[in-house]
Design a protein. Structure first.
Length: 468
């Protein structure tokens, strides 16, 4: 019997997605470049709907037309290598789907190369990790719009389902749109995690909360408007005892964070497009600084300020409000980048639909996303999320707490770059002047770059005189 879909790559994500597809009634062919992973997979996790293949040609020939082949392999050169191996085995109208964390510009290039051969190439963002892959991830397919109908049933079946029952999967846009949306999703994830980490530092070192108190506070927060996957698992982490020594595991983890690059990609693309995503960039910079070998020496020679006592209950409430307010800014920045990229690359992104598919299955899943979906459903062309009535009211009501928390952090010497950049983003938006008039004056003085006037049309150059 011809198979519904084939999965190449039997590592953690590929094998779990294959099982997810099989559980939903699809006949799945599986293949791995090295046979050992395929052999191990079918031996340890057999499924009547999954058939292993050890020859690429036989694997391809086992599939229904148009063939649907999902690549769950390492991003970069391995994807190009597999496409080269498939060349000559595929026929016009067949579909290849890259489900890895590929850079969206690589996806755009592969899309064009496959299109020239009559093959439909998809770059598919997938979020949710191992558990999501097995039980339902958030899925972001980008590629040939007309052929989406051929893969829709499979991916909308295996995707996570939001509380309203809708699948967390929708067509994103042409060529690299799916991988771009996943890239920025990861950037927002960086900012979200950084804000949570900064809230933890403030509670521990300013509020003097114990780990158990932090856990209990996060658990309470997770019952309200801050409810999210990340807040929930943070509450668990603070309550976890060390299994190898006395004390709590959080206090034994080295204070140095890793990153795989998607946050940096997001920051670089934002710089390229001229979009302010300072909170995501701050999160990337902080991970870099966490690995700075000079930190230990600096701790010994740079004086630390004293920390004044605070009312723990009032402090916690201000922090909760500040965290929610800053979180709005992180998403406002991310969705502003989506908007600019949609214009730049002609993707016609549906921002409400994007927020909707983040509501379950993925790392940034949160009740907060329902409000973003509603905001863009009311006004699909909204320039910035902050202008939505709901979010604007929350920003205005939360600014006092955000300023208070940042002031406490600065006076106490606690690094809170994501919080600070969230406030700076608000102030840059609302301030009647950001000093750009002086910058243009300076540029015109030393380089005759010209400037615009507030009272006349056109561009002007002034013959500047030296007064001192």
């Amino acid at each position: 019997m011809a198979k519904d879909i084939g999965v190449v790559g039997m590592a953690v994500m590929g094998s779990n997605l294959a099982l997810n597809m099989a559980d939903h009634g699809f006949d799945v062919a599986v293949y791995n470049y090295t046979p050992d992973l395929t052999e191990k997979f079918v031996a340890e996790r057999p499924h009547e709907k999954i058939t292993p293949y050890y020859d690429l040609k036989e694997f391809v020939q086992s599939l229904k037309r148009p063939r649907k082949i999902m690549l769950m392999i390492m991003a970069g050169a391995p994807v190009d290598s597999m496409l080269a191996s498939l060349d000559g085995l595929l026929e016009e109208g067949d579909i290849v789907i890259d489900g890895g964390n590929s850079f969206f510009e690589d996806t755009r290039r592969r899309y064009d190369a496959c299109k020239a051969k009559g093959i439909h190439f998809y770059g598919m963002g997938i979020s949710g990790g191992e558990t999501g892959a097995r039980r339902g991830p958030a899925i972001m397919p980008g590629g040939h719009k007309e052929s989406y109908a051929e893969i829709k049933d499979v991916y909308e079946a295996i995707a996570a389902k939001a509380d309203d029952g809708k699948p967390c999967c929708t067509y994103i846009g042409e060529d690299g749109a799916g991988h771009f949306v996943k890239m920025v999703h990861n950037g927002i994830e960086y900012a979200d995690m950084q804000l949570i980490a900064e809230a933890y530092l403030l509670m521990k070192y300013v509020g003097k909360f114990t780990n158990r108190e932090i856990s209990e506070t996060f658990h309470r927060w997770n019952q309200g408007e801050l409810k999210s996957f990340l807040i929930g698992i943070a509450a668990d982490i603070f309550a976890e005892e060390d299994d190898l020594a006395d004390g709590d595991i959080i206090d034994k983890i080295v204070d140095a964070a890793g990153q795989k690059g998607t946050g940096r990609w997001t920051s670089l693309e934002a710089l390229k497009l001229g979009v302010n995503i300072s909170m995501i960039t701050a999160a990337c910079n902080t991970r870099g600084s966490s690995n700075d070998t000079g930190r230990k020496a600096a701790q010994e020679v740079i004086a630390a300020p004293s920390v004044a006592a605070v009312d723990k209950e009032k402090f916690a409430e201000d922090l909760r409000t500040a965290l929610y307010t800053a979180k709005i800014m992180a998403y406002a920045q991310g969705f502003s980048l989506y908007r600019k990229a949609s214009e730049e690359y002609g993707w016609d992104l549906n921002y409400g639909a994007i927020a909707s598919i983040f509501r379950a299955g993925c790392i940034i899943q949160a009740v907060f996303l329902n409000k973003i979906t509603e905001a863009y459903e009311k006004n699909p062309s909204m320039e910035n999320l902050v202008f939505d009535e709901f979010f604007l009211s929350r920003v205005n009501s939360g600014l006092g707490s955000l300023r208070k928390i940042i002031s406490l952090a600065v006076l106490s010497g606690i690094p809170v770059p994501a919080f600070v950049n969230g406030l700076e983003y608000i102030d840059l938006l609302r301030s009647p002047s950001v000093g750009a008039n002086l910058i243009q004056g300076l540029r015109d003085y030393f380089g005759a770059h010209t400037f615009k006037r507030i009272d006349k049309e056109g561009s002007f150059h002034h013959d500047w005189k030296q007064h001192y």
